[in-house]
Design a binder for this molecule. Structure first.
Ligand SMILES: [Zn+2]
Ligand SMILES: [Zn+2]
Length: 655
């Protein structure tokens, strides 16, 4: 949709303004003649980049500036608006969309002829329905968005200069991102404090009509804990002598129920776990699918499916899979969170008949994400899978083993989503004697809590009430872009800068900013504003008073010289004899003399991980950094030995 076509508007023309050119194209198809659909190409105005742009002395009034490069768009929109008979603002159906609509109205709209329409899917029916019931701009939604924007701006623009002064130029900190970094840093500490404990597992390979395995559980009715090779050897020797008999067989039926259709959070988690996509990548594909009219709005925390769609999905299941896959009644999932007023449906295909093979999209990502959404939606309305579960106790002397197996009776929704691997047991009868093939002891160690992945961090943020559909992906990508957290495989690891800013500045001086429940309360505050239960200026004021005091205190008390010190060492400076410390510099860690600035001694930091090079078997494995700040592992004998790896070779060894 070229903006130039607005010149062709007849006086009776209705003007529709959306925020994206692709969406404009899809809409134009449904609305047809008499409507001209134009795009604002995102926000027209925003807070300025160069300064705070919030008047803290006067009710935190934001100063909105025209977004650079938007002059032409605004001129065209104004021209079209002047000629139009009616103006419809059809931006996305959430707080950000409402705020964009409000800004468009303020900038180009004639207030009397401007109306707001909102729809959750770009389909002919939903769009036409919304045009039959246009409304005014919802100021509560706009205020809620404005409150978030202003609060994030205050935290970001006030904290960053403090970090520049006290730690390193160029650092920045954000509101919800800081809590996310804290979670990653705390998890790393738990891992470092963890002491792995040794334990042994003993399996018996047994034979009846077929071979199977059973696990040693008890001795004389007491649960066994085998902590050493010595104990394991002794028990193994005893077990080899005994006779094996089936003492009890229990069969039960177990149902596996389908999962609810996707919300933004669960869609992003599935993107990570199933497709290996970052939250950002999944959302980019979902955005394109939404704008093409293929899925409902992808920013949502509701698991609800509308009645009409439910009926279509149920018809589809009955027709394509048979009535035995269709529950008697539609399944209605409960939404956990208290929804804000703009809440709507789960992310689902707009037309269930459109299977992914019928889809005409250009990007492979879109196809994959559509397939994911389609399967989850259809599966969510299918009957549960049914397994027959068998549990058999096997007695040998005073020891008890247990073998479990399962058999799929009915696949149900798992027809669409791979179910668990069935592990069948031969048919066992109580009292029956078994033949022992082998006793297999194995050594294990208890594992520290796992590092977060993007998926588990999103899940955690949601559980804590911190994330919102519009914020998960940006939070996760921002903490990585800022160099506070890096990815090793899928695991998120804190970087030195993240640990320093968290431990030395945010946690001690800005308790609220990095507090989980405080942040959740602020998010709830935004929801209350959206529901008309709270005034946005009050919310900001309640935060800003204590925050500006904390800021003042931090300015005064933080001692810059100790900020970048990561660790002390036992080493003495070869020049001056002062103790050496490890510091974080612009390009990573280095050794520095505590006699600085009088003594300028410094040398690069080489971190050995306590392992010899797996390639040359002579050098030490050391941690190195790329120019862009990403850690990798290399050999200390470089350049003679060129071995290098992104993955921690210690972890490869234990796996
Ligand atoms: Zn020195
Ligand atoms: Zn080597």
């Amino acid at each position: 949709m070229g903006l130039g076509t607005s010149m062709l508007l007849s006086p009776k023309m209705k003007l529709v303004i959306v925020e994206s050119p692709t969406k404009a194209k899809t809409l134009q198809k449904f609305l047809g003649e008499g409507y001209e659909v134009l795009s604002s190409k995102g926000h027209l105005v925003d807070l300025p980049k160069k300064n705070l742009g919030v008047d803290v002395e006067h009710d935190f009034t934001p100063e909105y500036d025209q977004v650079p490069g938007k002059k032409e768009v605004i001129t065209e929109l104004k021209k079209a608006a002047a000629k139009a008979e009616e103006i419809f603002l059809a931006t996305d159906p959430d707080r950000e969309g409402e705020a964009i609509a409000w800004h468009i109205k303020e900038l180009v709209g004639d207030h009397k002829k401007t109306k707001r329409v909102a729809f959750h899917e770009i389909t002919e029916e939903a769009v036409k329905e919304s045009f039959l019931a246009p409304r005014e701009i919802d100021q509560q939604l706009v205020d809620s968005q404005q409150a978030r924007r202003v609060l994030d701006r205050l935290v970001g623009y006030k904290l960053s200069p403090l970090l520049w002064k006290k730690v390193r130029y160029g650092l920045s900190a954000g509101r919800v991102q800081s809590v996310a970094v804290r979670l990653v840093v705390d998890r790393e500490k738990e891992r470092q404090a963890f002491h792995p404990e040794e334990y042994w597992e003993i399996l018996a390979k047994l034979s009846d009509s077929g071979d199977f395995e059973a696990k040693l559980l008890e001795k004389d009715g007491v649960k066994l804990a085998i902590g050493s090779q010595e104990d394991s050897d002794r028990i193994t020797a005893e077990l080899k002598k005994e006779e094996y008999r089936v003492s009890r067989v229990e069969t039960s039926e177990r149902k596996r129920h389908p999962y609810p259709p996707y919300t933004t959070s669960t869609l992003q988690q599935a993107g990570v776990n199933v497709l290996g996509f970052s939250g950002k990548r999944t959302m980019r594909a979902a955005q394109a699918l939404y704008e093409a009219g293929l899925i409902t709005y992808h920013r949502t925390d509701s698991t609800m499916i509308g009645e009409k769609a439910l009926e279509q999905i149920r018809n589809f299941i009955g027709k394509n899979y048979g009535s035995n896959y269709l529950p008697t009644d539609a399944i209605r999932y409960k939404t956990k969170v208290r929804l804000a007023q703009e809440a709507h449906e789960a992310v689902r295909p707009t037309r269930v008949e459109v299977t992914s093979d019928k889809l005409q999209v250009t990007s492979g990502d879109e196809l994959k994400v559509y397939e994911l959404i389609w399967r989850q939606t259809v599966a969510s309305q299918m009957r549960p899978a049914v397994y027959e579960q068998v549990s058999a106790d096997i007695q040998t002397g005073s020891y008890l083993f247990r073998a479990t197996g399962s058999k799929l009776i009915f696949d149900g929704w798992e027809k669409l989503n791979m179910g668990e691997e069935a592990r069948s047991l031969p048919e066992l009868k109580e009292g029956e004697k078994l033949k022992l093939l082998e006793i297999v002891p194995s050594q294990h160690f208890t594992e520290p809590p796992a590092r977060y992945t993007e998926a588990t961090l999103i899940k955690k943020l949601e559980e804590e009430g911190i994330g919102r559909p519009s914020t998960y992906a940006p939070i996760i990508s921002t903490i990585q872009d800022r160099g506070y957290v890096s990815k090793e495989g899928r695991a998120l690891k804190p970087e030195d800068a993240g640990v320093i800013v968290n431990d030395k500045i945010l946690v001690p001086y800005f308790t609220d900013v990095v507090d989980l429940s405080f942040t959740a309360k602020m998010e709830e505050g935004f929801d209350e504003i959206a529901r008309g239960e709270k005034n946005w200026v009050e919310l900001i004021r309640g935060f800003y008073g204590p925050f500006s005091q904390e800021l003042e205190k931090a300015e005064e008390s933080i001692d810059k010289s100790s900020m970048t010190t990561i660790a002390e060492t036992d080493e003495k400076c070869p020049d001056s004899g002062h103790p050496l410390v490890i510091k974080l510099g612009r390009y990573g860690r280095f050794y520095s003399c505590t006699g600085f600035p009088e003594c300028k001694y410094a040398r690069p930091y080489i971190e050995k991980i306590g392992m010899t090079c797996p390639d040359c078997k002579q050098g030490d494995v050391i941690i190195k950094r790329t120019r862009r700040g990403k850690n990798f592992y290399g050999c200390s004998r470089y350049p003679e030995c060129k071995w290098a790896s992104w993955k921690d070779p210690r972890e490869q060894k234990t796996n």
